[in-house]
Design a protein around this ligand. Structure first.
Ligand code: GUN
Length: 292
């Protein structure tokens, strides 16, 4: 069993980004600038956005965190997005999700200029992804693709089973791994909440990608020997022995399942760190005007 060590890989990639940024600045260019809009004060969103800002500092990016109150109207939020669309000094920006219920997230994501959509959530970027054209890939799928690529996991001709069909992870992963590309060329099965007898599919998987948010859902009897597992789950489970009163749990029973795996991502330290680095890579592409 080999760990797909996202913590280590993200550290290396961050070092490479920093070197590129230092060169850009040395040559008289502006450092890449990522902005984030945070609406309200959702605890997890707050943590994620602060982490993104911190990562920007570590690689020498400029960053802006714009907070808007929970009560902001959709119109006001769209007006702010339009200001960021026009601002030459901002290369890319994100609107942290989830948004309050009175705001239509689809309309918000559509309002972002797709050339600055470093989250890769705009329909233009999703469409280009499906067509195998240059685009911003959503950060978590992009991070998973890099883990597979840089650990030389063979995907061609393999049966990949994706559990969970969210717009952010499951659906894009099913598209990316079925493309005629590397990593890719898989035969893909997408399982979801209406799938019957899910173990029948997970047991057939050469590559199993789980993005459900149900701690320890995948048990040893649900996978075959030699499987590659990507665990996208990061649920906060109450744990009074921890400093913050919780620990992070993946969707896979790591202790039981890992002895059967050829590769597996740990939680934490697998997919999570790769996600933030992917956002930085997208911002670097935006600064270099690679996606238009
Ligand atoms: N909420 C959970 N994950 C993400 C993400 O990758 N981007 C944004 N904008 N919001 C999120």
């Amino acid at each position: 069993m080999q760990l797909l060590n996202g913590k280590e890989l993200s550290r290396i990639l961050k070092g490479e980004i920093k070197t590129k940024v230092d060169k850009m600045v040395e040559n008289g260019a502006r450092a890449p600038h990522l902005a984030a809009i945070l609406v309200g004060s959702n605890g997890a969103s707050e943590t994620y956005v602060n982490h993104k800002v911190k990562m920007c500092q570590e690689v020498g990016f400029e960053s802006t965190l714009l907070r808007m109150p929970e009560t902001v109207s959709e119109k006001e939020l769209i007006e702010q997005i339009e200001r960021f669309n026009k601002a030459d000094f901002i290369d890319g920006f994100i609107v942290q999700l989830p948004l309050p219920r009175h705001i239509n997230a689809d309309r918000i994501l559509h309002a972002i200029d797709h050339r600055k959509d470093v989250d890769g959530f705009h329909p233009v970027n999703i469409g280009r992804m499906a067509l195998n054209q240059a685009c911003y890939l959503p950060a978590t799928p992009y991070g998973i693709m890099q883990l597979l690529e840089l650990y030389n996991v063979d995907t061609s001709g393999k049966h990949c089973v994706v559990v969970g069909r969210s717009n952010i992870v499951g659906t894009p992963m099913s598209i990316l791994l079925s493309r005629n590309s590397s990593p890719g060329n898989c035969t893909v099965t997408l399982c979801h909440s209406r799938t019957q007898n899910i173990e029948k599919f997970t047991r057939e998987a050469d590559i199993l990608i789980v993005a459900l948010g149900k701690p320890n859902f995948i048990r040893a009897n649900m996978v075959k020997e030699g499987v590659v597992i990507i665990d996208v789950g990061i649920t906060r489970v109450p744990d009074s022995t921890r400093k913050w009163g919780y620990r992070l749990a993946g969707d896979v029973d790591f202790e039981g399942v890992s002895p059967k795996c050829s590769f597996i991502t740990p939680v934490p330290g697998g997919v999570g760190p790769m996600t933030v680095v992917s956002l930085l890579l997208n911002t670097l592409k935006a600064a270099n005007k690679e996606i238009y």
